[in-house]
Design a protein around this ligand. Structure first.
Ligand SMILES: Cc1ncc(COP(=O)(O)O)c(C=O)c1O
Length: 379
């Protein structure tokens, strides 16, 4: 497992909720693709297409989709959410439900619909022991869509996606999950939660490059999205350029891919996902939960540290956020950065987000640096 990464040993990399480092095999896939392009260009284009299909099959398997035909490759999560927002035929008076902890991408896109008379209902999931119920309480017969992060980016709160899926069904609402903070960290079962749409960029827990995202659309929900982007690649028969006047949108999720794919990132993400599947998502999930539990145990024992993320196993994924009373958060963050810690200031504290391969000794080191840091001291 150690050989899977080639990280600078001076670093403690606990920033997978932001941007992950690439596994060795991913960097190698990019190098090989660069060499191939330099030497023979696109001579083996059919092989590239096979890699693209392989990636879609791997992603389908990673999230337990029924078929790779339900997976499209887009450039990021925000693009996927925008395709949904613009694709649904909302009418004035309809409402959309989200939570108050969403990343901007899962707020702005819905907020932008308000000018069309669509109501945005924001559930307060911060001050309750039952965040799902706070969401469900806002749903009614005019609720067209629930859009929710599987794991909240700042607090790290993990949602009960099965319960929310059942509520969507009961209310006849569409169900969109921004799963960027879960897929690759914690097992994700699209069929069990019965989502209509799942979006997730590949550069966090999936260990891929920036600029390539997975967009899942349930087969039965495909027609519920009016198409927003058009081009040669989204038609059913893309081999026949002369049949242009007679085009039909692809019956698969390829209908959401308007043009040429980001083949470089396809090769990279394909390599990254192969590592996740080889390790097994159940093993990865266990390691991540164990790593966060280690952080919880260590930091609970530190005086003046408050843990801001949930501490029960079913309520967190890979995100651990804390602050230290009486200490300027930004200064503590800069101190940790100066020590080679790659982390992020988020949610009024500092966010650590270890992956499966981080080691217990690193968490000990983090705890001792945080314990030893006092305002105005540099060590
Ligand atoms: C919950 C969530 N959604 C979306 C994003 C990023 O969106 P995009 O892939 O469009 O950059 C992030 C990034 O931090 C996130 O935490």
């Amino acid at each position: 497992m150690k050989n899977a990464f080639n990280l600078d040993p001076e670093l403690i990399y606990v920033n997978h909720a932001a941007v992950a480092p690439w596994p060795v095999r991913t960097a190698e896939a990019v190098r090989q693709f660069a060499n191939e392009n330099a030497q023979v260009g696109s001579r083996h284009y059919l092989q590239w297409l096979e890699t693209e299909q392989h990636l879609k099959r791997s992603l389908a398997s990673l999230i337990n989709a029924k078929s790779a035909d339900e997976i499209a490759l887009l450039k990021n999560t925000s693009e996927g959410l925008s395709i949904i927002a613009k694709g649904i035929n909302f009418k004035a008076g309809d409402n959309i439900v989200i939570s108050n902890q969403e990343f901007p991408s899962n707020f702005i896109v819905w907020d932008a619909l308000r000018s069309q008379g669509i109501e945005l209902r924001i559930a307060n999931i911060s001050d309750t022991d039952d965040p799902e119920q706070a969401i469900i309480d806002l749903m009614d017969d005019r609720t067209i869509l629930l859009s929710i992060s599987a794991v909240q980016y700042a607090s790290g709160l993990r949602m009960d996606l099965v319960k929310l899926g059942a509520a969507c069904k009961a209310n006849n609402a569409l169900y969109c999950v921004d799963a960027i903070q879960q897929i690759g960290a914690i097992e994700f079962d699209t069929q069990a939660i019965d989502a209509d749409f799942v979006v997730a960029d590949g550069h966090k827990w999936m260990l891929g490059p920036e600029g390539l995202a997975m967009f899942y659309c349930k087969k039965a929900s495909m027609e519920k999205l009016q198409l927003q982007q058009f081009g040669w690649h989204m038609v059913e028969d893309l081999s026949d350029f002369s049949a242009m006047t007679n085009w039909q949108a692809a019956s698969s999720a390829r209908r959401f891919e308007c043009g040429t794919q980001n083949m470089l990132s396809v090769h990279a993400l394909n390599a990254s996902i192969s590592l996740l599947l080889e390790q097994g998502m159940n093993n990865i999930e266990k390691s991540i939960l164990n790593n966060v539990q280690t952080l919880i145990n260590l930091f609970q024992a530190l005086p003046s540290v408050s843990i801001l993320s949930p501490i029960t196993t079913d309520r967190h994924a890979g995100i651990f956020t804390f602050n230290k009373n009486g200490v300027d958060n930004q200064k503590l963050y800069e101190y940790l950065v100066s020590k080679g810690v790659v982390c992020a200031p988020r949610g009024g504290g500092i966010r650590f987000s270890p992956h499966f391969y981080n080691e217990a000794a690193q968490f000990q080191q983090l705890a001792s640096w945080v314990e030893g840091f006092h305002q105005g001291t540099s060590d």
